[in-house]
Design a protein. Structure first.
Length: 228
């Protein structure tokens, strides 16, 4: 049995898993130009979550790519706590401004979910990968079971909502991203490990739009820029 979820993922041979190998593991999609600050200033973020939150039933689940609690357990073992993995997240919430649902409508992603994400200084989202179960479950409610290939085609568009500030970073695979502009959009392949953090002095804000790409999906259209 694999010792950690990362060991298990390596056994699947779905990526090279060599931190010294030069590789391009993300795609720059384009940029949305709008006044995000106007839409963000009055948001009720609610209570924080933590990147190490676990539930009793997690111990009963086997280690596989759909049980991300094993990754959280690994992070707890190396020192992550509720004090350094705090995050504020709104997921398909009425508290999310309409602007972000408008962007989702033109994203070319089907059965999309919309989320806003805030990391305050000193907070990190440790090394992990996503399985996009929110999108998978939307299809299930419609009586549709996505194939493994369809699930692997699901895309997440990460939109940064402010110009880059010192100490803010996003790492996707072997690529560390910084110096972005508000509205820049990034995406990456299903199952790629990534992390983000705020070692700066100002909040780090992003939006996430996730869904199954249609033919007009933005990442299939070449880099672009447009106003909203």
């Amino acid at each position: 049995m694999s010792k950690t979820l990362l060991d298990y993922k390596k056994s699947l041979k779905d990526w090279h898993y060599d931190p010294m190998l030069p590789s391009t593991d993300y795609q720059y999609v384009g940029r949305i130009i709008t006044d995000f600050d106007t839409h963000l200033k009055n948001i009720d973020w609610g209570n924080p979550e933590h990147g190490v939150d676990l539930w009793p039933e997690d111990d009963l689940k086997p280690m596989d790519i759909h049980n991300l609690s094993w990754g959280k357990k690994d992070n707890i073992k190396v020192g992550y706590t509720e004090h350094n993995t705090q995050k504020y997240q709104l997921f398909n919430s009425d508290n999310i401004p309409k602007l972000f649902y408008d962007i989702a409508e033109i994203s070319g992603l089907e059965n999309y979910s919309v989320a806003l994400f805030k990391q305050n200084p000193g907070q990190f989202n440790p090394w992990h990968f996503d399985t996009y179960q929110g999108v998978v479950n939307k299809y299930k409610k419609q009586g549709i079971d996505l194939s493994k290939e369809e699930i692997r085609n699901i895309k997440r568009y990460l939109i940064v909502l402010e110009d880059w500030d010192w100490g803010h970073f996003l790492q996707v695979g072997n690529n560390v991203l910084s110096q972005w502009r508000a509205g820049d959009i990034y995406t990456w392949d299903y199952g790629i490990y990534h992390t983000s953090g705020n070692a700066g002095q100002t909040p780090k804000l992003t939006a996430h739009i996730t869904g199954l790409p249609k033919e007009n999906a933005l990442h299939l259209s070449g880099e672009y820029k447009f106003d909203v």
